[in-house]
Ligand binder design. Structure first.
Ligand code: KG4
Ligand code: ZN
Length: 360
């Protein structure tokens, strides 16, 4: 579970590139985590600081957008000073500022975008508007070994469940996605029904650790059809019914949590395997908060091995929202020339289709 205290770590894999190294500040404020990082294309990730708002929203059972925005405003500059101090860099050393421009909560996005664009304007350097999911998608490239293009990406966060074919930076085609709830949402909503806290994924996983899947039976929606789309909303309804009829023994909740986790993981693994088979691509990348789930990692790795494929994960700390993935995506985009045509001012896109980046 993300800590409510600022968290730091540093991990260095640099981009191997003949170009001059560039230093990018990344700002992530799309939801309930303020993430700030410095990525240098020559030296790798120099510093990364995160403030989680989990404690702030816990009493409400979910993210309260207005509270999220107010807290981001309080955190962005102190965390920026912190990563600068930790890395020994100065503002004048920055080559660009990358910020999450969407998708996400409008007010929360505006905080990072407003501060990021103003800072870039004052320093006379480019401001890069980064797609949050592109950040997640490229984050496994921050690990060693990094996957080669092309790869299939399973993007599983609180708001998204997608299978994407990635041919290169900015070249993304959608293979399948959820028709209703995201996998993370299925964890979060079911967790509430089980009387667990927010965010639900880590809470369900912790309870499931002492439970046994199979005692209760939950559906594996759309697992056996031919499409690569997902549907998780029926699962939540099935959990509701199971909770109402729950036997009184102490083990029952843990067994139901284990079955819930198994159902979500079975569907994610089944569809990922189908995507690898359909595309013939032997590399799978897993990104987004649900990618931190250990059972998902174990099952995916085993299923991919049977196919002769390799699965790549971001470091655990970079599965959930963070600034490192935004700084990194910004650095890749900067090297691609994304800064050309960057004008003063900024815009955010609370709803932003990832596939539209490929047409840009
Ligand atoms: O990517 P992320 O940090 O934020 C979004 O962009 O949505 O993902 C958050 C989601 C939440 O639904 C949370 O419950 C889920 O990721 N999550 C997990 C685990 N850690 C976080 N779900 C299952 N198992 C986990 N260990
Ligand atoms: Zn995310």
């Amino acid at each position: 579970m993300p800590s409510a205290r600022p968290h730091r770590f540093s991990r260095p894999p640099p981009l191997t590139s003949a170009r001059l190294p560039v230093l990018v500040l990344g700002i992530e404020t799309s939801c309930d985590e303020t993430g700030i990082a410095l990525y240098d294309t020559g030296r790798g990730l120099l510093a990364h600081a995160l403030h989680s708002q989990v404690a702030l929203h816990a009493d409400y059972g979910g993210v309260v957008p207005e509270l999220a925005s107010r807290d981001h405003i309080r955190r962005v500059l102190p965390l920026t000073r912190e990563v600068l101090r930790e890395s020994g860099a100065r503002l004048a050393d920055l080559d660009a500022v990358a910020y999450t421009a969407g998708p996400g909560l409008a007010g929360a996005l505006l905080v990072g975008a407003g501060i990021g664009a103003s800072l870039a304007h004052a320093l006379g350097i480019p401001a890069l508007a980064i797609h949050h999911l592109e950040g997640h998608l490229l984050s496994p490239l921050l690990a060693t070994p990094a996957p080669q293009f092309p790869f299939v990406a399973l993007l599983v966060s609180g708001g998204h469940t997608q299978l994407i074919q990635v041919k290169g930076v900015g070249d993304y085609s959608l293979l399948g996605e959820t028709l209703d709830d995201a996998a993370g949402e299925a964890f979060d909503k079911s967790a509430k029904l089980l009387g667990l806290g927010y965010p639900g994924g880590p809470a369900v996983a912790a309870l499931a650790a002492s439970g046994r899947a199979g005692r209760f039976t939950l559906p594996r929606p759309m697992l056996r059809n031919n499409s690569l789309d997902f549907s998780f909303s029926g699962l939540k309804t099935a959990v509701l019914t199971a909770v109402r009829d729950l036997p009184p023994d102490a083990q029952a909740r843990a067994d139901l949590a284990a079955e819930l986790q198994a159902a979500i993981v079975d569907v994610l693994v089944g569809k990922s395997v189908a995507a690898l088979e359909q595309t013939g691509i032997p590399r799978l990348v897993v990104a987004g908060g649900v990618g931190a789930n250990r059972r998902l990692r174990e099952q995916l790795t085993a299923a991919a091995q049977r196919l002769g494929c390799t699965v790549f994960y971001p470091p655990f700390e970079l599965c959930t929202d963070n600034g490192a993935m935004i700084a990194f995506a910004g650095a890749l985009r900067l090297q691609q020339g994304a800064h050309r045509g960057t004008a003063a001012g900024f815009t955010v896109r609370p709803r932003w289709d990832l596939a539209s980046l490929s047409k840009a």
